[in-house]
Design a protein around this ligand. Structure first.
Ligand SMILES: [Zn+2]
Length: 405
């Protein structure tokens, strides 16, 4: 087995730490931001650029690759990394979030307000319900062609083994903050039973495909905003053993709002073993990343830096800027003067403004490179801050300037 995690330095009086994850495709120094390449491509950028802006790994999505091109194709290609010409470590998320979020049409979980309403049959007004959960799995309609599919813990493991990422996630039921407490309890128990089935199927597939590089399986913790449920999930999954194997790491996911993010992380990381890595699913805003690192998360992923780039929203140390706005038309200097990314080294704000206004494809490429460089680099700086004892100073300085407005 060529997967391991070593803790290096720690933040004093806090859960934050640095470490190194070793996978068959190389190492990841943590904390680290992992860019998302949903369909085995980081939209609009070459793998060479991903390396150049500093990403140590990429995360693809099992649900999307299952629907298109199909996991058999990725397997025949030699696995995800080979298929997309990316030699470094890869992750896939289990598809649980996509299956369920597309199903009920809910938006980004973190943006929801738990106080608005509670209803277990929550559904967006203009959407047909596309997913149905039962104790065995989820039946869902493809968002591409409406065809009917079924994911169970076993299917998710089979799909993720064929896709072949270095780090894969257990299939979980992702709830929303709108669900009632009793439903959260029910979903948590379902996720626990699914985790046992994931470990068993993962063990079977690892043995059956012993010629393939080892894939590490992370258990996923749910429990929404409830401390007792979150702590229970962390304990249950830490102690879980099937045929002598246990989870290689943990994913922290599910329904949470911005205010409770630090608390939730603290609760679960106080329970989770120190010597296993923790991935915080779907987090990418600078303030959330600081809270995440401070409270002991090791890796993060989020579509936001790329998605925002494609809508002309670029990161600067003074906050996000819409680079297509008129004032940038004649700014003949880079997005950020001291940024070392390819975009800032070679192009002006005026040029980016022009590309976005004329709807040129290069606009997305250049803005994505800068945004990813900014967020990947920000978490890299947090890691260095823990190493040299300047994390809290760096945080205070960054936050004061970025959120000044
Ligand atoms: Zn830049």
């Amino acid at each position: 087995m060529s997967f391991k995690f070593e803790v290096k330095a720690s933040l004093s009086n806090r859960l934050g730490r640095t470490g190194v994850i070793t996978t068959p495709h190389g190492q990841i120094k943590t904390p680290a931001f992992i860019p998302v390449g949903t369909k085995a491509t980081l939209k609009s950028v070459l793998p060479e650029s991903i390396t150049e802006f500093g990403a140590q790994a990429v995360l693809a999505n099992a649900y999307h690759l299952y629907l298109q091109p199909g996991q058999e194709i990725v397997d025949l290609a030699g696995g995800l990394g080979k298929f997309m010409n990316w030699q470094k470590p890869t992750f896939t998320d289990s598809g649980g979030f996509q299956v369920l979020s597309l199903g009920v049409g809910f938006k980004k979980v973190i943006a929801m307000d738990e106080n608005t309403f509670q209803d277990d049959d929550v559904i967006a007004d203009d959407k047909e319900r596309l997913a149905h959960v039962d104790d065995d799995g989820v039946t869902f309609k493809s968002h591409l062609d409406g065809s009917l599919h079924r994911f169970t813990p076993e299917v998710s493991m089979q799909v993720q083994h064929q896709i072949g990422a270095d780090i894969i996630f257990a299939f979980d039921e992702c709830t929303t903050l709108h669900n009632t407490r009793s439903y959260q309890e029910k979903a948590l128990e379902r996720t626990r039973l699914w985790a046992i089935r994931c470990l068993a199927e993962h063990d079977r597939l690892t043995k059956a495909r012993s010629d393939k590089p080892y894939q590490a399986l992370f258990g996923v913790l749910q429990g929404a905003q409830y401390e007792d449920l979150r702590r229970k999930a962390a304990k249950d999954l830490s102690d879980m053993k099937v045929d002598g194997i246990s989870f290689d790491g943990f994913g922290i996911g599910g329904a949470l709002d911005k205010q409770s993010l630090g608390d939730i992380l603290r609760w679960v990381n106080e329970e989770l073993p120190q010597d296993k890595p923790r991935h915080f699913l779907g987090i990418g805003e600078p303030d959330d990343l600081f809270v995440g690192v401070e409270n002991g998360a090791d890796t993060f992923d989020c579509v936001a830096p790329s998605r925002q780039a494609r809508t002309s929203s670029v990161f600067t140390k003074d906050g996000r800027v819409n680079i297509s706005n008129a004032p940038h038309k004649n700014e003949f200097f880079p997005i950020e003067k001291d940024c070392t990314c390819y975009t800032c080294a070679n192009y002006t704000r005026a040029y980016l403004c022009h590309l976005f206004r004329s709807k040129e494809m290069l606009a997305a490429t250049l803005a994505t490179i800068h945004n990813q460089h900014f967020i990947v680099g920000l978490v890299d700086q947090m890691r260095k801050g823990i190493e040299d004892g300047t994390f809290l100073d760096f945080k205070a300085q960054f936050m004061a300037r970025y959120y000044k407005k």
